[in-house]
Write a protein of this length. Structure first.
Length: 68
C-alpha cells in the first residue's frame, strides 16, 4: 500500500506482543515483516537483529525462492 511509516508503527507494536503472547509463528512472521521494512530503509543491523531474535527455532525466511 506504499505506507511504510504506518507499517512500521503497527509492527513495532505487534512484535513485542506477539513475542510474549500468541503462536510463535505469528511472532516470527511479524519480525520478518519488520526486518524486510528495515532492509528497505537500509537498516541492515536492525533487520539482522530482529531475525536472529527468534533463533534457532522461530525464524521465518522472507526469501521465497529458496530451494529446499
Amino acid at each position: 500500500m506504499r505506507r511504510p511509516d504506518d507499517a512500521e508503527n503497527y509492527l513495532d507494536k505487534a512484535v513485542p506482543i506477539r513475542n510474549t503472547k500468541g503462536p510463535a509463528l505469528d511472532a516470527a512472521v511479524s519480525r520478518e515483516n519488520l526486518a524486510q521494512l528495515d532492509e528497505l530503509r537500509g537498516n541492515l543491523p536492525r533487520a539482522k537483529e530482529l531475525r536472529l531474535s527468534g533463533a534457532p527455532d522461530n525464524i521465518v525466511c522472507g526469501y521465497y525462492h529458496v530451494r529446499a
